[in-house]
Design a protein around this ligand. Structure first.
Ligand SMILES: CC(C)(COP(=O)(O)OP(=O)(O)OC[C@H]1O[C@@H](n2cnc3c(N)ncnc32)[C@H](O)[C@@H]1OP(=O)(O)O)[C@@H](O)C(=O)NCCC(=O)NCCS
Length: 397
């Protein structure tokens, strides 16, 4: 019986710029798979000791695996990127909605930890412009009853449900949280923090003019409480609190992470950024999906014999501000805790579902590099249908 348990490390993490979904988005004229190819190319270019024949599997998360993201995109990315040199790289696609990419990373970790693999590329891709949320989905006729009520199917309504059930988190607090996220993003972008992780790629405007997409399109610098005060509440006509200002947007983007066994990294003379410590996956009432990072994080912490106090950097995906307010509070953190989303979060950058997990990981690698004294970091997200996924990492810088 094999009792192998390898240490798993992150060598590199990259992403595309995140665009707004739709005709005004920077990737409206770019295929989803064309967002992934430059990422795999960049991982090889940035890490020249890694050769295609070292990749044991290419695992990609994607929510809507149709059309340009259909046909096992995890397998197609290495083939499209490397042509014949990619034929011998296996590939698989996974779906856990918003945490699809984080789950791909989690599966890659499991492969390496168990001794099944030494080197994995794990990523996430979502083109919400070409393949909008819920496209071609046919929920089971019993799904609504099974999940409690119809709000479980609409993520904005699950956020309104959190406001209903936990009225201590009101709209003003949600707006203040969003303003803070936008402010942190504005400062981070100005300070050039995105440069190392964003892989520029050529894209095209509607009229055919080419340009280099190397900046996130989502952030709205100068966001103020006043500016957010009168926005529409698309998920509830009367007395709604969730607005386009305190919800993440609809976005196109991709991210990819290079995982390796620590032994293989040593053999190749590569310096890892961080080490996997533990994972927690949990599920809750689907009508309150945004609260699930709490039990998921508690599980990950327990498995690592750590507490929230041990976490120096926290990357919490911001699907909705109210969900972050709840999660932070229940984990014993203040809404403006300086360890949380230091460079801002998805309320500013946008949330291309399965691509957001790899974005959190790329932010954490950047933050670990910048804060060598920080020891433990958390990446955590909520997931449609009521799930949470958390991974704890240790800084090796
Ligand atoms: C909330 C949502 C419906 C908004 O969609 P939208 O109307 O296309 O959003 P927009 O970006 O066009 O913003 C709408 C308006 O709010 C304004 N706005 C948005 N953010 C703002 C900010 N930070 N400050 C000021 N105004 C802002 C925009 O300027 C826009 O105004 P306009 O119509 O006058 O141009 C959409 O983003 C959504 O569905 N989000 C949730 C996605 C989701 O469920 N993801 C999964 C999570 S689990």
């Amino acid at each position: 019986m094999s009792t192998v348990s390898n240490e798993v490390v992150v060598i590199d993490a990259v992403r595309t710029a995140f665009g707004r979904a739709g005709e005004k988005g920077i990737f409206w004229k770019t295929r989803a798979d064309d967002l992934c190819i430059p990422l795999l190319k960049a991982l090889f270019e940035r890490n020249p000791k890694i050769k295609p024949n070292m990749i044991d599997d290419s695992i990609w998360g994607c929510t809507n695996q149709l059309k340009e993201t259909g046909g096992t995109i995890g397998r197609m990315i290495p083939i499209l990127t490397l042509k014949q040199d990619g034929w011998e790289i296996p590939g698989v696609s996974v779906d856990r909605m918003c945490a699809g990419g984080l789950t791909a990373i989690g599966f890659g970790i499991s492969y390496i930890a168990s001794g099944m693999a030494d080197c994995i590329v794990a990523g996430g891709i979502e083109h919400m412009g070409h393949l909008p949320m819920g496209i071609m989905r046919e929920p089971h006729p019993g799904a609504i009853e099974a999940m409690g009520d119809e709000t479980a199917l609409n993520m904005g309504q699950t956020a309104e449900n959190i406001h209903d059930q936990f009225p201590e988190f009101d709209k003003e607090m949600a707006d203040a949280y969003a303003v803070n996220s936008q402010r942190k993003a504005e400062e981070a972008i100005k300070a050039g923090k995105m440069k190392d992780m964003i892989i520029p790629l050529e894209a095209e405007f509607e009229d055919g003019t080419k340009f280099i997409a190397d900046k996130d399109q989502g952030p709205r610098p100068g966001t103020s409480m006043e500016g957010l005060s009168n926005l529409k509440t698309p998920f509830r006509e009367e007395n709604g609190r969730v607005t386009p200002g305190n919800a993440s947007g609809l976005n196109d983007g991709a991210g990819a992470v290079l995982l390796m066994s620590r032994g293989k990294a040593r053999e190749l003379g590569l310096k890892p950024v961080m080490r996997w410590v533990s994972t927690g996956v949990a599920a809750v009432d689907p009508r309150l999906m945004g609260i699930a990072p709490v039990p998921a994080t508690k599980r990950a912490l327990e498995r690592a014999d750590l507490t929230v106090k041990d976490l120096d950097i926290i990357e919490l995906n911001e699907a909705f501000a109210v969900q972050c307010l709840y999660d932070l509070d229940r984990l014993g953190l203040k809404a403006d805790d300086p360890r949380v989303n230091m460079w801002g979060g998805s309320l500013a950058y946008g949330h291309p579902l399965a691509a957001s997990g790899p974005r959190l990981v790329s932010f954490l690698t950047g933050l670990f590099r910048e804060n060598p004294k920080a020891r433990y970091g958390l990446t955590t997200m909520c997931v449609g249908r009521g799930q949470g996924y958390s991974i704890i990492w240790e800084n090796l810088i």
